[in-house]
Design a binder for this molecule. Structure first.
Ligand SMILES: Cc1ncc(COP(=O)(O)O)c(C=O)c1O
Length: 385
């Protein structure tokens, strides 16, 4: 049994979340609930696989055998009932790198790329880094739940080359339903838009919801898409920079792989390969335990917000361990709110505005930490209210 209650000091491990607190929040005195990794130990079976390999004293150039692709294909079949040919799996050092390479491979400078804010900041940064034009198709919010704005999408779609989809959505926590993805796809097919579906959060889904892989839709949409997967969020191995891009169209796959090779990014790293395979081959039981724990975390937070923090609204997550919190009811300017959270509540959260102006008045809270830490953080929030 995994012990998710165990508090593991991470200071001094060059970890972004703790060791960069001063740089990001101007103080070490915050409980860091920002960058999206977990404060839980990487599962033992992954550490053991790495240790076994490290018993051999030589860490030279290595390659990914067919088992690498098969481990993901089998995982997708078991967890998401998605059947794929392992041949469609390509490598990427990380999902964001994959987004960069896909952008270079399938669009040109000046091309338009649609994103759906509030959304994971690199979705804006990737197109801009390569002189592509970001077109915003903001999500709609009815005060409880977010949805896609298809009328706005239809209006903006003509002339667009690519759409980057967060499926499930970071930060609003939606696990998109089949009918929503179908409607999105229909508009993209009509306008000849390639869909890049970032499914890095697809394993963290709460009871009552399910993940719908873009590739489980019609074959036609599959042929004009690329889907990004990684074990990094699920198994807390983001530091190993190993992910996969699924591209069913062989021509597109070749273009992607050629672009990857142009930057010599195809090699990857030996330990990442080992952890990736171990995660997907052996990770199910551990993941079930993690999901139980995170579901309890969501329940703890939901109850606490309802009982003690009612002016702040917690948008119920269907997926991801990231809570999207609506602070607008407090009527406090964002700078002031952020300063209070850091210096009075001692909490390091992400400002909603990082995810686009649609995030103004919101904060993102990463709750993948022991319950004792979460409860303390909620109490600190109550004390400053
Ligand atoms: C939607 C999304 N995509 C990608 C990433 C990061 O992926 P990687 O570390 O593999 O570049 C994150 C991390 O938070 C994310 O939320």
């Amino acid at each position: 049994m995994a012990n998710f209650d165990s508090i593991i000091p991470r200071e001094g491990t060059s970890c972004v979340k703790y060791d960069l607190r001063n740089q990001v929040f101007g103080t070490e005195e915050v409980v860091p609930m920002w960058v999206a990794d977990m404060d839980f130990a990487t599962p033992e079976f992954i550490l053991q696989a790495l240790h076994r390999r490290l018993n051999h004293p030589l860490l030279g150039y290595s390659f990914r055998a067919q088992e690498f692709n098969e481990s993901l294909a089998n995982w997708l079949f078991r967890r998401h009932a998605l059947s794929i040919d392992p041949q469609i799996v390509s490598f990427s050092p990380g999902v964001v790198t994959g987004l960069m390479v896909l952008t270079l491979a399938f669009t040109n400078p000046g091309d338009k790329i649609i994103v759906q804010p509030p959304v994971y900041p690199p979705f804006f940064e990737v197109p801009r880094a390569h002189e592509r034009i970001v077109i915003n198709n903001p999500l709609k919010f009815d005060g409880e739940r977010y949805s896609m704005d298809f009328d706005d999408l239809r209006e903006k779609a003509p002339g667009v080359r690519m759409l980057i989809l967060s499926n499930p959505h970071n930060p609003v926590g939606r696990a998109w339903e089949r009918r929503e993805l179908e409607q999105l796809s229909e508009i993209c097919i009509q306008n000849d838009i390639m869909i890049v579906s970032d499914e890095i959060h697809s394993d963290i889904i709460f009871p009552g919801y399910r993940h719908t892989p873009l590739l489980s839709l019609d074959k036609e949409i599959g042929m004009r898409s690329a889907s990004c997967f990684a074990p990094s969020k699920t198994f807390n191995i983001a530091g190993l920079s190993t992910s996969a891009i699924l591209i069913p169209d062989p021509q597109k796959r070749k273009i992607y792989n050629d672009t990857l090779e142009r930057f010599h990014l195809q090699m990857g790293n030996l330990l990442g390969n080992i952890a990736f395979e171990a995660a997907y081959n052996q990770g199910e039981d551990w993941l079930e335990e993690l999901l139980d724990y995170l579901h309890q975390s969501v329940r703890i937070a939901t109850h606490y917000f309802e009982e003690h923090l009612s002016p702040i609204h917690l948008v119920q997550p269907e997926a991801t361990y990231l809570l999207w919190l609506d602070f607008r009811g407090l009527h406090i300017p964002d700078d002031e709110l952020h300063a209070h959270l850091i210096h009075k509540a001692h909490l390091g959260l992400n400002r909603g505005e990082e995810f686009g102006i649609e995030g103004k008045g919101f904060m993102r809270m990463n709750i993948a930490c022991p319950h004792a830490i979460l409860e303390k953080a909620l109490e600190s929030l109550k004390n400053i209210l």
